[in-house]
Design a protein around this ligand. Structure first.
Ligand SMILES: Cc1cc2nc3c(=O)[nH]c(=O)nc-3n(C[C@H](O)[C@H](O)[C@H](O)COP(=O)(O)OP(=O)(O)OC[C@H]3O[C@@H](n4cnc5c(N)ncnc54)[C@H](O)[C@@H]3O)c2cc1C
Length: 410
């Protein structure tokens, strides 16, 4: 590790100030833990990331920020229209436990970081963690972090490091738990546009998910009269489209030209309000999510594809479980971190299986059309599928052979 003169000490270091890291910092600080959070950017900024989330996200945000503040950062989404280019379509109506949400992402991250500060966490923005040397689970040795800040390099010691640093997690790499990347690399593009047809923020609207050949586009209404448009495609397809058209904005516009127009869809003619940003690769896999001196949370724990719309929910729910486990561990429960590791990995394994099945359908447009049409015709199957996708029912319900038979039988 590069040598600097001075050591800073903290009980828990959190790397990353996205939804997972900020939620961790709030919960740990509220439990009386001494926390320092390091976030690369000087302030939250738009980047290709998730905005559509399950009803549980609204509950988590209300717990973290209070009901009023949480309500101003999300727009209710009452249903999701899923379509393919061949005209197959189905409407997934969200369950009775409350609507899904479209998130005002940049304001959400700013609000969570402000809340973390208020709860007593040190929040260092513009602070890039360059190197992590982990300590031990038994707490016998401290972890060491080398951090670049606007005023120079700093060295930190902590009892535990939380990796909330997203899909290319430095903490996961330092712990040696990153698994081999997937053979197919996918990229996500995303941008916001004004929507003159937007209803007032508190009224529910419909989101859209359109599948093309090897790509899909999601359109999610979000607060302040805007829609978020996100596209996912393979790296090869992105490169092919970039070679023909030049810039991500042109690629996005061309994809939008390929999806059917719907009546009253006024956002298509409106200007973009930020910029088309690209994230690649999307997928990330790890062998463990907690171990000697570290805990992973959010995308750092592993991520497959945004199609299941569960990244933000996982980040917030994972932070709640991880904060409880860390608090217990600091209070002397030596197995708390390994229980967190086992519980969360078991939970994610089942939902990931559904993501893999969806990936299989997405690679076979004729099968995807078939499944969409079956869902449309079979209300009880559709209801279960919608609930599993919204995290309102356990993934086992959709993995049950009887469910699959009911979905796929002619
Ligand atoms: C195109 C696209 C569409 C998506 N759509 C959806 C969707 O509809 N619904 C959904 O729920 N999810 C979606 N997701 C996934 C969702 O964005 C993530 O699951 C969510 O952002 C995870 O939050 P996080 O805090 O774990 O990670 P991130 O949001 O990635 O935050 C990690 C933070 O760590 C910081 N960081 C990283 N390394 C360092 C370092 N070394 N030092 C300091 N800071 C560091 C980063 O700057 C960043 O702020 C989508 C993702 C993409 C790319």
């Amino acid at each position: 590790m590069v040598s600097t003169r001075h050591w800073n000490e903290v009980e828990i270091a959190v790397v990353g100030g996205g939804p997972a890291g900020a939620a961790m910092a709030i919960r740990l600080a509220a439990a009386g833990r001494e926390v320092a959070l390091f976030e690369r950017w000087h302030r939250p900024r738009w980047r290709a990331s998730g905005v559509y989330s399950s009803p549980s996200t609204r509950t988590e945000l209300s717990e973290l920020l209070g009901d009023g503040a949480a309500g101003s950062l999300v727009r209710p989404i009452s249903e999701l229209l899923v379509e393919s280019l061949s005209g197959a379509s189905v409407v997934l109506v969200h369950g009775t436990d409350g609507p899904a949400v479209g998130v005002d992402r940049v304001r959400l991250e700013a609000a969570l970081l402000a809340r973390a500060r208020q709860a007593g966490a040190q929040v260092h923005e513009g602070a890039v963690v360059r190197e992590v040397v982990l300590g031990s689970e038994a707490g016998a040795a401290d972890a060491q972090l080398l951090v670049s800040t606007p005023s120079g390099q700093e060295r930190w010691r902590s009892r535990l490091v939380v990796g909330a640093d997203g899909p290319r997690s430095l903490v996961a790499r330092s712990a040696g738990v990153t698994r081999r990347p997937l053979p197919v690399v996918r990229a996500g593009l995303s941008v916001h546009r004004l929507d003159p047809a937007a209803l007032p923020d508190h009224l529910p609207m419909t989101a859209r998910l359109v599948f093309g050949a090897g790509w899909y586009v999601g359109v999610t209404p979000v607060p302040r009269g805007r829609v978020n448009v996100g596209a996912v495609l393979s790296r090869a397809e992105l490169q092919r489209r970039l070679a023909g058209k030049g810039a991500p904005t042109a690629v996005m516009n061309r994809l939008l030209d390929e999806i059917p127009r719907r009546r009253g869809e006024l956002w298509r003619n409106e200007p973009i309000v930020d910029q088309v940003t690209v994230t690649m690769p999307l997928a990330h896999r790890v062998a463990r999510i907690a171990g000697p001196g570290f805990v992973l949370v959010g995308d750092a724990c592993g991520y497959i594809d945004p199609v299941s719309g569960e990244g933000i929910g996982r980040a917030l729910q994972g932070a709640e479980l991880a904060a409880t486990a860390i608090d217990r561990w600091r209070n002397g429960d030596r197995s708390a971190l390994s229980r967190y590791d086992q519980r969360l990995r078991a939970r994610y394994r089942r939902k990931d299986l559904i993501s893999w099945i969806l990936q299989g359908f997405m690679g076979q447009p004729a099968m995807l059309d078939y499944a969409i049409r079956r869902l449309d015709r079979r209300p009880s199957v559709r209801r279960v599928f919608g609930m599993v996708m919204s995290d309102l029912a356990p993934p086992e319900r959709a993995l049950d052979p009887r469910f699959l038979a009911a979905l796929l039988a002619p």
